[in-house]
Design a protein around this ligand. Structure first.
Ligand SMILES: *Cc1c(COP(=O)(O)O)cnc(C)c1O
Length: 404
């Protein structure tokens, strides 16, 4: 009559919309995790680019506990000190003049898209409602964001899709030229496609989008939910590209594991969201804001950001060494600590098979689509954990190759 939950409980009690691995981790410290049986894992997955400082980082634990003993939640009928500090910290570090706080990436994008529609409506009229997005993009799972996203399988079967959305080809300015006109209110793009396969935008593509948006007075939205808050090696990836959006969304790394999201914009655009136009009960929650502020202040330092870029090189060298041995990858790419290894033609579509093998070897990794092995570890993962994790990954890859 054990009360300890098992993996079978997932199938019995939870909605069948996920297919989690068999192991159930119960404790984490830095870039290591332990499951119910006490087995240890090295974490190259980082909760899908979320655990930016690993598990239970003392700075985040301290911020959470201190705030937990003061005040958790007020609603938006009042404001609170952590939310004000977080908004200020984000504005002071970026192009933005104003921040909207929420609890996830999808919510941040929902706010961004509604803001763009509303701004265009107020400044140009109701006919300016067209949103340009890109194939293979991912912007969240709310019905608006999933419809804007470029993977139709995620929005099919749920009834009529919101209108006014068109999709171009990522990294092709020619494809955008045919879609953008005076009716366009916004272009939304990930500076590096994450779920779509770890595909960085070319600098010319982002610069060209900026120009085209300016020419028709459309707003440029950068979805930095996955690339932001140190993940790319800059505080936000747009800083590396030198192209500034009108609206930027952030989540994932921002909370280091606590649910939080943010939408940033300028004083030109922000007034379109007047009192009562949008909101969220948990947006600006004091606990979430306190943790996110601690994460932002810790990550946005020259040392941590330089550390991310150094670790990128370390990952790349290890993956290239594994590839010299086994020839499983066609290309290793990415920015900072968001790294993809695309499978070689002989292993096309088989990235997913590496994951359970890696688990057996004591390593957690990710995929980005059927063809790309993805890694998004802690931004401060110790070198020893990278080395040991790569030993385990090599064993998993060797088993894939040997078919055992
Ligand atoms: C994960 C992700 C989202 C969705 O974030 P949620 O917190 O799951 O709602 C949106 N955009 C990008 C680029 C993402 O990687």
């Amino acid at each position: 009559m054990s009360q300890t939950p098992t993996r079978a409980d997932f199938d019995q009690y939870m909605l069948p919309n996920y297919a989690p691995q068999q192991t159930i981790p119960v404790r984490g410290e830095g870039s290591r995790l332990w499951d119910q049986a006490g087995r240890e894992y090295i974490d190259f997955a980082g909760g899908i680019a979320v655990n930016s400082l690993g598990h239970c980082h003392p700075v985040l634990v301290e911020a959470l506990i201190t705030q937990a003993n003061k005040l958790w939640h007020l609603s938006n009928v009042y404001t609170n000190e952590p939310a004000l500090k977080l908004a200020r910290a984000l504005v002071e570090r970026t192009f933005a003049d104003k921040a909207y706080l929420c609890s996830s990436g999808g919510e941040a994008n929902e706010a961004a898209l509604k803001l763009a529609r509303r701004w265009a409506h107020d400044h140009h009229g109701a006919q300016k409602d067209r949103i340009v997005s890109f194939s293979h993009s991912f912007h969240g799972r709310t019905f608006f964001t999933v419809s804007v996203g470029g993977q139709p399988k995620y929005s099919q079967g749920f009834g009529p899709v919101p209108g006014g959305i068109v999709h171009g080809e990522f990294n092709s300015l020619d494809s955008v030229r045919e879609l953008i006109d005076d009716r366009t209110c916004a272009v939304i793009v990930e500076p590096m496609q994450g779920e779509g396969g770890i595909i960085p935008a070319t600098p010319a593509f982002l610069a060209g989008l900026r120009e085209m948006c300016d020419s028709v007075d459309a707003l440029l939205i950068f979805d930095e939910v996955q690339t932001g808050v140190g993940r790319s090696g800059a505080f936000f990836a747009y800083m590396e590209y030198g192209v500034t959006p009108d609206i930027l969304t952030s989540a994932k790394s921002l909370g280091g594991g606590f649910p939080v999201g943010a939408m940033l914009t300028t004083d030109r655009v922000a007034p379109a969201m007047a009192v009562g136009s949008h909101g969220s009960t948990y947006g600006g929650n004091a606990l979430a804001s306190a943790v996110a502020l601690a994460a932002v202040e810790f990550i946005d330092t020259p040392e941590v950001l330089a550390g991310v870029r150094a670790r990128h090189e370390c990952f790349r060298e290890h993956l290239e060494a594994i590839n010299r041995q086994h020839g499983v990858f066609r290309e290793i790419r990415g920015m900072g600590l968001l790294i993809g290894a695309e499978m070689a033609p002989e292993y096309a579509g088989r990235a997913k098979e590496i994951l359970p093998l890696a688990i057996e070897e004591g390593l957690m990794a990710l995929i980005a689509g059927p063809n790309v092995l993805r890694m998004a570890p802690s931004l401060v993962i110790p070198e020893a954990d990278i080395d040991e994790g790569m030993v385990r990954l090599e064993r998993a890859v060797a088993r894939l190759v040997a078919g055992r």
